[in-house]
Design a protein around this ligand. Sequence first.
Ligand SMILES: [Zn+2]
Ligand SMILES: [Zn+2]
Length: 239
Amino acid sequence: MQLTFHGTLSSIANGNTRHARQSLLEIAYGGRRLLIDCGRDWLGGLPIIDPVALLLTHAHDDHSGGLACGAPCPVYAAASTWEKIADFPLHQKVCVPLQQPFYIAGIRIEAFALQHSPRAPAVGYRIQAGRSVVFYCPDVARIPSQRQALQGVQLYIGDGAAYRQSLLRVEDGRLCGHAPLSAQLQWCAEAKIPRMLATHCGAEIIANENQITRQLQTRAHRLGIQAGIAHDGMLLKLP
Ligand SMILES: [Zn+2]
Ligand SMILES: [Zn+2]
């Protein structure tokens, strides 16, 4: 499986050359390609032709806004996301079940509910193809079924909105917002995940990526994890 990070910026207005565009991840496997998320700044032009499918993690504009005028392929999302983007002119809508694996183009996919926003409930996707298992959750405060979601994962792709700064809050007894990378690193350590990449980069990374990368890698190294920050155009080949 090959991953291409077309967009690695969060919803903050000003990115930089490494993180210029909002979330959009391409997964290629066996000659076919699917996309996950499509932020508003992709409106009017996807980076690849003929994706077999497009999956959404949630309805926030920096993840779904690029579909506000339609999509060239079937779109997969959880029921809670479809409620929020019911007015998008999408003709091939597929409702994704939670914690029930399904297949697209030979890729095994399983959605896990996340705590992130009560107004735009999010899922993370566990993606398995070839010998690789990846978990993708660009916006996450907490993973309620953390053990099942992360078991056997080789690469965790997480939420880079916050490094040290707290972007977490509690609403109706549920954690909302964005878990700091340090907390996500701890989740990886608990699940024995050897590799972590941050995407959906926020103000801290945009302002000081080199320093944060060094600090993150030092911390990760102590936990036996290889960590880094994804950037627009980054390509990753997995076995
Ligand atoms: Zn976001
Ligand atoms: Zn969000």
